[in-house]
Design a protein around this ligand. Structure first.
Ligand SMILES: NC(=O)c1ccc[n+]([C@@H]2O[C@H](COP(=O)([O-])OP(=O)(O)OC[C@H]3O[C@@H](n4cnc5c(N)ncnc54)[C@H](O)[C@@H]3O)[C@@H](O)[C@H]2O)c1
Ligand SMILES: [Zn+2]
Length: 349
């Protein structure tokens, strides 16, 4: 078992081990006394893994109950939020009980926001089952639901009590969803972890526990000092300014991971054109993305990308912060006048 300890407003462990799903009860009971365990899962993950989770919880003395949402982003909604709250209340879940989130980022974000707000906060355990959820959404304490006018518009910063990553669950993940997660993994390498980037030149599946451990430790270190979106945490947005525009312009037909890959490709090419990033590093970034079947070209114009980005919430005053690789493992925050954004994108297209 690999353990990464996060020292946030709550101190908790992220445990990474193939097959840990069958030991969740035992591992969780060291942190949370056996109690009622409200499992949130979705219609894809529940049938695959919820029975094993329940059996493990029961054997450790927990009393599990299960609530299942439809798989997909549309379930990160106010309706699901209220339904799950009502489910908890109707089962007399109290502050000494606990929520277990079994699924991808959608389940994790929704479960976390419910945990943050039900009875003004009850404990929750994350059991992420997508690569993205393991390396990204279960670390950092952001929880949220969507509104019809935009994603993640309602949420809270709220830390789990424990995160358990069972790499074996990744074997049932649709290939495209796994590939999406790889974009975020590669991102950590480009931000500040060149050794991770080098490791990714070998097949990720042969070293998955180690890769997940490195990514969560990297994210932990980037968010440790700041639980909110300031300072070095911004580095996590590498590739994401263009990515958000690409997702929006494609009406979300282009997945988040693919959009992030395109965004990282654009910004790396721009960085090289402007003389910030050595040409060979950008070439390596592009070939890494291609090796993981991720796209590096985008069909939208610099003007389209810039227009959407500038209507985004992250714009402040006449400046925008972009994350720019000055080399693999050395990305930095770069402040840019908003009037320069279009030409910045244009250089990388
Ligand atoms: N909180 C954060 O810091 C943070 C960071 C990044 C992303 N997010 C959020 O995460 C969400 C995306 O997460 P995601 O990519 O995990 O999406 P997801 O939860 O929708 O999962 C993707 C698909 O895979 C299925 N699935 C999950 N695990 C499976 C498994 N082991 N086997 C078979 N199928 C499985 C799901 O049912 C779903 O259909 C978005 O809502 C995003 O906003 C949050
Ligand atoms: Zn992302």
């Amino acid at each position: 078992m690999r353990t990464v300890t996060v020292n946030a407003s709550r101190v908790y462990n992220i445990e990474i081990e193939c097959g840990i799903l069958d030991h969740v009860g035992e591992v969780a009971s060291k942190v949370i006394k056996p109690c009622s365990a409200a499992i949130l899962t979705d219609t894809n993950v529940g049938p695959l893994y919820a029975e094993r989770l329940e059996a493990s919880l029961i054997s450790a003395g927990y009393s599990p109950i299960r609530f299942t949402i439809a798989a997909g982003e549309q379930s990160k909604s106010a309706e699901s939020y209220l339904s799950f709250l009502n489910f908890l209340a109707s089962h007399q879940i109290t502050r000494s009980d606990c929520i277990f989130a079994l699924g991808g980022g959608v389940v994790g974000d929704l479960a976390g926001f419910v945990a943050a707000t039900y009875l003004r906060g009850i404990r929750f355990v994350q059991i992420p089952t997508t690569l993205l959820a393991m390396v990204d959404s279960s670390v950092g304490g952001k929880t949220a639901i969507d509104l019809p006018s935009g994603k993640n518009l309602v949420g809270a910063f709220y830390q789990p009590s424990l995160v358990l990553c069972d790499c074996e669950t990744l074997s049932t993940l649709p290939r495209e969803v796994f590939t999406d997660g790889c974009a975020e993994v590669i991102k950590y390498g480009i931000i500040n972890d060149r050794p991770l980037f080098e490791k990714l030149k070998n097949p990720i599946c042969d070293q998955i526990e180690e890769v997940i451990e490195r990514c969560v430790a990297d994210k932990r270190d980037l968010v440790n000092a700041y639980e909110r979106d300031v300072g070095v945490r911004q580095l996590l947005n590498l590739g994401h300014t263009a990515a958000h525009s690409i997702e929006t312009l494609s009406d979300f037909a282009i997945s988040h991971g693919k959009a992030v890959a395109m965004g990282m490709a654009i910004i790396s090419r721009t960085a090289t054109k402007l003389g910030y990033c050595p040409e060979e590093d950008t070439a390596e970034i592009l070939s890494m993305l291609k090796n993981y079947n991720l796209p590096t070209e985008c069909e939208f114009s610099a003007r389209e990308l810039a227009e959407i980005a500038l209507s985004d919430k992250k714009r402040s005053g006449g400046k925008i912060n972009l994350i720019v690789p000055f080399g693999i493992g050395n990305s930095q925050i770069h402040e840019l006048g908003v009037d320069k954004l279009e030409s910045f994108f244009s250089a990388g297209l």
